[in-house]
Design a binder for this molecule. Sequence first.
Ligand code: DGY
Length: 328
Amino acid sequence: MTKPKILIARAVFPEIIARLEQYFEVESNQGDAVWSGAELAQRLQDKEGAFTTGGERINAAVLAAAPRLRICANMTVGYNNFDLDAMTAAGVLATNAPDVLTETTADFGFALLMATARRITESEHYLRAGQWTRWGYDMFAGAEIHGSTLGILGMGRIGQGIARRGAHGFGMKVIYHNRSRLEPRLEAECKACYVGKDELLKTADHLVLVLPYSPASHHAIGSSELALMKPTATLVNIARGGIVDDAALAAALRNRTIAAAGLDVFEGEPQVHPDLLSVPNVVLTPHIASATLPTRLAMASLAADNLIAFFTRKAPLTPLNPAVLAIK
Ligand code: DGY
C-alpha cells in the first residue's frame, strides 16, 4: 500500500522523523534550509500532509499550489502562521500543540520577568565588560517582585501558570484582563482579580503579555498604552511579536516611560528592531520560552500524533478548524 506523502518543513528530532516514516513517505529538511513561500508551496505540491513549526505561512497562495494537501500540523501552540479561513475553505485541517508547553513556558515567563525586574543581564554585561570596581548601595537597584502587583494580559493556560507562580510562590497580588473572565474556580486557584485593560496597565508593577496574536491584538501595546503604565513598571512579552509596537516600546524604554522590558518575541523576528538593541533596560531572548528538550519533544510528538491520527481515520487531538472534519 502506498503511504501518504508528507513534508516536515524544518529540522526536528530524528525520533519524530523515524516515527512518521512508519506511516508516511517523508520529505524532511534536516539541513534546516530557509525556504521562501514559493519554495514551500512547490514542495507541498504533491504532499497530503505537512508538519510545520509556526514559522511557515500557510495561506491561500500556498494552498492553491498544494491541491492534495489535507492537514497541516503545527508543533507550536501559536498558529498565526495559518490562514484558518483559507485552510477551511480549501478543506485543509489545521492542528496546533497546546498544553504540553504550558508549565515550561510559564517558567520562562517568570524567569524573564525576574531577569528584567532585577536587571540581571544588564548587570552581567557590566561585570563582563570589566566595569565593576566596587560595590555601591544603589548599584543596579531593580524592582521588588515579592508582594508587588502582577498584571497579566491574556489569561489562557500559560497566563494562569504565571498567575499561580506569582500568587503562590511570590505573594504577588494578581490582576488580569482577558477577552472573557475566568470561571470563579480558576480565579480562586490563580488568586487573580479581573480588571479592565486600562486599570491593568495603570496598576501593574509587572505586566506579562500572554495573549494570542491576531489582527485584533496587533499593537495592543503601543505608545498610548505604555504611557498609562507606571514609570517603575516592567513589561514582559512571551506571546507574539506584533502585539507590542516595538518602535514605541524602544522609545518608552529610552525615555523611561517604563523602567524595563523583557522580550522573547519580536515584530518581524528573527529581525529585532535596531532601537531595542541599543537600549540597556531590555532583556532580549530569541523566542525560547518553550525551549527545553522534553517540552520541545512533547510538542513535536503531539504534531506527529495529529498527522498519524488523521491518516489512520482517528480523531486528531487538537484540531483548530474541526468543521473540515465534519465535511469529510
Ligand atoms: C508556541 O508554541 O507558539 C511557541 O511560541 C513556540 O515556542
